[in-house]
Write a protein that binds this ligand. Structure first.
Ligand SMILES: Nc1ncnc2c1ncn2[C@@H]1O[C@H](COP(=O)(O)OP(=O)(O)OP(=O)(O)O)[C@@H](O)[C@H]1O
Ligand SMILES: [Mg+2]
Length: 258
């Protein structure tokens, strides 16, 4: 079964299409990246899959069901610039909010919710900041908190919009560990990422987007010189380096398999 299945999807803002004719699949339990230039429609794609934007044409199915039926199994982490970080909430509040999708209306968080929230904070190394206001934290610390919130939710499909943007090496390490753990636990993780080198060495599945889905599939099949040229145009020095890296990665995987 596929975690995500898009068939001929189009999404418009007003009269302008941000996604057009997008067809792709993401297999269950894989670590997938969405890549493409600025304005390519990556955030739009994630929001549409999360059921936060209407799809004007085509169809998106998650776990072989319509989105509305599986909403509670999805965790969505927005791109940082798109969120107002100044609301007066503590770190623990924000992580507990990750549990609210699991609570019934007006039900207060119980012991299990608190346990899960603390566990998630420990997981990302933020428990000592639990009672601070979110607004006082640095950008990278905030990113960790939002990762903890996604973890506390205990979803089956994690959609993360550029969680790797603007973080230090230690936070990047924490993030990488967490996405691998989620994947190892059978979850599907979809991450928007700008660093093609990292994508080539860490992710298994890639969607290369630029209004259209240029290619989607295993890393080695998608990140080819031709596809990258189609998506990004002619910045060839950078791209040929990526292609080399992918070829190396493929060779390593082949040897591992042999
Ligand atoms: N709320 C909106 N209203 C109108 N147009 C929008 C809106 N959000 C995005 N767009 C437009 O849709 C297109 C795709 O935007 P999107 O944010 O999905 O790109 P992206 O691939 O995530 O880019 P980035 O790498 O810069 O985050 C862009 O042309 C953008 O200007
Ligand atoms: Mg974006």
């Amino acid at each position: 079964m596929n975690a995500i299945e898009c068939r001929d999807v189009a999404v418009f803002y007003g009269r302008r299409a941000a996604l057009w004719g997008v067809t792709c699949q993401v297999p269950l339990g894989c670590l997938a990246a969405v890549v493409g230039p600025n304005g390519a429609g990556k955030s739009t794609f994630l929001r549409a899959v999360a059921g936060l934007l209407p799809v004007q044409r085509g169809e998106i199915r998650l776990f072989a069901r319509p989105i509305a039926e599986v909403r509670s199994r999805i965790s969505y982490m927005p791109q940082r610039e798109s969120v107002d970080w100044d609301f007066p909430l503590t770190v623990l509040d924000v992580v507990l909010m990750g549990r609210y999708g699991r609570l019934k209306l007006f039900q207060r968080p119980g012991r299990l919710d608190y346990e899960r929230a603390w566990e998630a904070l420990r997981h990302v190394g933020m428990e000592q900041h639990a009672h601070r206001q979110l607004g006082e934290l640095s950008g990278g610390q905030q990113q960790r908190v939002f990762l903890a919130r996604a973890l506390a939710y205990d979803a089956d499909l994690y959609l993360m919009d550029e969680p790797f943007a603007g973080i230090d090496a230690a936070t990047e390490q924490v993030l990488l560990e967490v996405v691998h753990e989620l994947r190892d636990a059978g979850k599907t993780v979809v991450v928007v990422h700008h660093d093609l080198q990292v994508v080539a060495s860490v992710f298994e599945w890639v969607m290369l987007l630029n209004l259209h889905m240029i290619a989607a599939g295993p890393v080695g099949e998608v990140l080819t010189a031709q596809h990258l040229h189609e998506a990004y145009g002619g910045r060839s020095a950078l791209l040929s380096e990526v292609v080399q890296r992918v070829a190396l990665h493929r060779e390593v995987m082949r040897r591992k398999g042999a």
